[in-house]
Design a protein around this ligand. Structure first.
Ligand SMILES: N[C@@H](CCC(=O)N[C@@H](CS)C(=O)NCC(=O)O)C(=O)O
Length: 230
């Protein structure tokens, strides 16, 4: 192995978090897209975890779970500077907020309506690696499952329309910047990159349009995106 590897699913929000920090730090790594129906089997090498993302260093060290992977990458390739802060309480509180609130908002926006769920599963079936049959099965049998069993109860529990939920989260998040361009101040930090990763995971889908009219949120998103494509 010549480069570190990221085992991932293209549409997994947690993988987008890892991809965001790796790109922000300009790390030369290899993406390994796993088969969406065979995650457990293809990730056996990483023990019982059975999920993506999995990060493997050239020497063979394996790190699992998106936030620990982000911290590992920051320490290994960046002297821990993205996690460094003079207000650890604020950072930890908001990292937790991002990992609970934003992570839970991706399913409602993508699968919260019957048509929306169908659009999403068709797109997922095109973006992910599947077998010939499972690709078709997932696209057409997956959407009532995602909508009926998972998204509908989350939307109902929250009480807000998925678009409103995202707009409220973006308002709450950008209000915490204290007038600075990023959560991290003048430059993005790990919390920015984690939040950006969740939002970016929606970008391959048409529902991303629903987030684009949140002006402050979108301005911040584009600033982080520019920092990645520097
Ligand atoms: N807390 C984990 C969550 C990872 C996760 O749930 N990954 C999903 C894809 S979005 C997965 O691999 N699911 C496959 C499975 O559970 O079989 C993280 O932040 O990395």
């Amino acid at each position: 192995m010549e480069k570190p590897q990221l085992h991932m699913l293209h549409t997994c929000p947690f993988c987008w978090k890892v991809r965001s920090i790796a790109e922000h730090l300009d790390i030369d790594y290899q993406k390994v897209q796993v088969n969406a129906m065979k995650t457990k089997k293809e990730l056996k090498f990483a023990g019982d975890w059975g999920k993506v993302p999995v990060w493997t260093e050239v020497g063979g060290d394996i790190v699992v779970d998106s936030t620990p992977i982000m911290k590992h990458i920051d320490v290994t390739y960046n002297d821990g500077k993205l996690w460094e802060t003079n207000d650890a309480g604020r950072r930890d509180e908001w990292m937790e907020w991002v990992d609970t609130k934003m992570s839970k908002a991706t399913v409602p926006i993508l699968y919260g309506g019957l048509f929306s769920a169908l659009q999403t599963t068709i797109r997922v079936s095109k973006l992910e690696k599947f077998g010939f049959i499972s690709k078709r099965l997932y696209a057409w049998a997956g959407f009532p499952i995602m909508w009926g069993f998972i998204a509908r109860s989350r939307v109902k529990k929250d009480g807000r329309k998925p678009k409103q939920l995202w707009h409220d989260l973006l308002t709450e998040f950008t209000d915490s910047f204290n007038g600075e361009p990023y959560f991290g101040g003048a430059e993005p930090d790990m919390v920015d990159l984690a939040a950006f990763g969740y939002m970016r995971s929606i970008s391959p889908f048409p529902q991303f349009k629903k987030l684009e009219d949140h002006e402050n949120g979108m301005n911040w998103y584009q600033r982080v995106e520019a920092s990645i494509q520097k």
